[in-house]
Design a protein around this ligand. Structure first.
Ligand SMILES: [Zn+2]
Length: 248
């Protein structure tokens, strides 16, 4: 590591759980972030600053004025521009050392799987169930860890489905797909701005812990935040023996 990097990451290197080796692991890692909205903004900013070597961020949507209240990656001058492109520009400003790949098109499952194959951790920062179920299946098939987050209104939740571990439950175990199109998006409903920041940050923390192999991940636990009372709850997630994704 050259001197400039040693200085940039010195407050990580000083941590006994990270040190030089751990920072090198972060630099050599590749994280996929699906969604460059509120959760993706906060997650990607920390991951870039922390020195994750490669970040792939995908979003087919364009920056809209109504996004700027919470999607802190994007600024006024990027209104009308694709969010993955706007994210790429913003993250390069935060840390020019990081390689950022922006994917502007809507990927089908096969294409997403090809992208996910190359990464160490997948972070679901999407705002819809269809994407969440697809990413769960892809992560399970590829045996990659999936860090899942969601936020709506004043509430948020975060969990880890770590498919490197055979005992991990999956997103489908937690929320069985009823087949109905239950669309509950921030874009249609209100969302308290900082909640996406808090949850996105926790997703970044869990992803980095997985790469560093530090502590205990949220595998098997769903952490729920009710921000109105700033009340955190932990729900145990049980692996469903009949789950149509992970019981096979
Ligand atoms: Zn399952």
């Amino acid at each position: 590591m050259i001197d400039k990097k040693l200085i940039r990451y010195s407050r990580h290197i000083l941590l006994p759980d990270i040190e030089y080796e751990g920072q090198l692991n972060l630099i050599n890692s590749h994280i996929l972030i699906v969604g460059a909205g509120g959760l993706g903004s906060s997650a990607s900013i920390y991951l870039a600053a922390a020195g994750i070597g490669k970040i792939t961020i995908c979003d087919f949507d364009k920056v809209d004025l109504s996004n700027l209240q919470r999607q802190i990656l994007h600024t006024d001058k990027f209104i009308g521009i694709n969010k993955a492109l706007s994210a790429k520009a913003a993250l390069k400003e935060i840390n020019p050392e990081v390689k950022v790949f922006g994917i502007e098109k809507k990927l089908d499952i096969k294409e997403m799987k090809n992208v996910a194959k190359e990464v160490d951790v997948i972070i679901d920062c999407s705002d819809n169930f269809l994407t969440r179920y697809s990413l769960n299946q892809i992560a399970y098939d590829l045996k990659k860890p999936l860090v899942s987050g969601a936020a709506i209104g004043f509430d948020g939740q975060v969990s880890v489905f770590d498919f490197i571990n055979q005992d991990s439950p999956c997103y489908q175990c937690l929320f069985p797909d009823s087949g109905e199109d239950e669309e509950l998006r921030c874009s249609d409903h209100g969302v308290f701005s900082p909640i996406v920041g808090i949850i996105g940050c926790m997703q970044a923390a869990e992803a980095m812990k997985l790469i560093l192999k530090v502590g205990k991940s949220l595998m098997g636990r769903l952490l729920i935040l009710e921000a109105k009372d700033m009340d955190w709850k932990t729900l145990k997630i049980i692996k469903d023996p009949h789950c149509k994704v992970c019981s096979k």
